[in-house]
Design a protein around this ligand. Structure first.
Ligand code: GLA
Length: 390
């Protein structure tokens, strides 16, 4: 395998060591079909793993040292630490993700008995909302489980990776990304209830249509602070709603219940934020039902309605995502389009008739460039499996 040999050679050149124990691993990225900003509101999500992802060559060491290197951040060089010093270090940059995972495992009482050298290479564009960081986390968890024979399943791995991102990296993300990556299944999407973690795999039968990923190429600079701000707004709305109805999360409300109680919120912004969390959860359940009945037209409409709600009520889209989605929707053969992931830049997805794809990409790309001033990128989404050893 060409990639394997290339990465093995890089590993040897960079770490100046070779060993029979070197292994190649992979973890995917993810797209979310629908159910956005619902996972920290006790709602449903409907993501799938994609074949773009992160590769890593890892080898165990006999001492306690840890060395990390990413071909995506070569300017950072080798990042070194030891098992006894896993404190968060800003200068360690991206390597705080793998460090955080190992730190979390040790907090949970798992026995990590020696160090590792790991070389990472991702073909997911960074900061594009396809979960490159969760991919690194879950990949590290999978590698550590393999090397140290740790006894947990991938569902628990997802939870520990989320915990690590929340408490070690300080991003208050929900469970969606880590779960989708850890539990991905080729040609299936995962319908997950984030309140109970019950899930089912739904076959992604798109007939003669294809999911196209559209990257705005806008880096999400303010993303994390705005993300935490939305989450806080939803928490405030929930607390106020709890004074009039007995609920644990916004995900428990139907739209009619929400409309009955929403006046208690008073603040128009809180009403909009909570309305998105509720309406998006309802749309997600409906999207799964229509997909199971092969109603792609309705599925596309729900995708587009999701974008509108994220744009108008939740305010997490922005000019680049809105331009990409509205341009996409004007093209022949398009059933629906929406942003995917946290928003504020990053990627959108469109459901496009397979024989229209070339024109779709050319026309949407041209109009986006004319309006925004720089290019978008387009990728075909292949729905793939969760982590594996190659
Ligand atoms: C990011 C977070 C997820 C989820 C999405 C929005 O990807 O990591 O937990 O909240 O945003 O749906």
């Amino acid at each position: 395998m060409e990639l394997k040999e290339k990465l093995m050679t890089q590993f040897t050149n960079i770490f100046k060591e070779t060993s029979d124990a070197m292994q190649l691993y992979f973890a995917p990225g993810r797209i979310n079909l629908i159910g956005e900003h619902t996972d920290y509101n006790g709602g449903h999500v409907f993501p799938c793993a994609i074949t773009l992802g992160t590769y890593a060559i890892a080898r165990p060491r006999t001492d306690h040292n840890l060395r990390f290197y990413s071909l995506n951040f070569e300017e950072q060089g080798i990042i070194e630490t030891t098992l006894s010093d896993l404190t968060y270090t800003p200068a360690h940059n991206w390597a705080n993700y793998p460090k955080g995972v190992l730190w979390t495992f040790m907090q949970e009482g798992y026995s990590i008995t020696h160090g590792m050298d790991i070389l990472y290479y991702g073909n997911i564009p960074n900061g594009a909302g396809l979960s490159s960081s969760a991919s690194i986390e879950v990949l590290t968890a999978y590698i550590a489980r393999d090397i140290f024979n740790l006894d947990f399943d991938m569902r628990n791995a997802a939870l520990m990776c989320q915990d690590s991102e929340n408490h070690y990296n300080g991003v208050k993300c929900g469970i969606m990304d880590q779960f989708a990556i850890a539990m991905g299944k080729k040609n299936y999407a995962i319908y997950l209830d984030t309140a109970t973690l019950e899930y089912k795999y739904v076959p992604l039968n798109l007939e003669n249509h294809t999911l196209v990923i559209m990257n705005t190429n806008k880096q999400r600079k303010l993303g994390e602070s705005k993300y935490n701000e939305r989450r806080a707004e939803c928490e405030t709305a929930l607390k106020t709603l709890q004074t009039v109805t007995d609920i644990q999360s916004l995900g428990e409300l139907s739209l009619s219940d929400f409309n009955r109680y929403s006046s208690v919120l008073k603040d128009d912004i809180l009403i909009k934020r909570a309305r998105h969390a509720v309406s998006e959860n309802v749309r997600t359940a409906e999207a799964v039902t229509v997909l199971e009945h092969n109603d792609l037209i309705k599925f596309g409409e729900l995708m587009t309605a999701s974008h509108v709600s994220l744009r108008d009520d939740y305010k997490v889209t922005g000019m680049e995502l809105d331009t990409l989605v509205s341009t996409a929707l004007k093209q022949p053969g398009v059933l629906g389009a929406r942003m995917t992931g946290a928003g504020f830049g990053g990627c959108a997805i469109a459901l496009v008739k397979a024989d229209c794809i070339d024109d779709f990409i050319a026309n949407t790309g041209r109009e986006y460039l004319e309006t925004i001033g720089y290019s978008a990128d387009f990728y075909i989404a292949d729905i793939g499996n969760g982590p594996c050893k190659l």
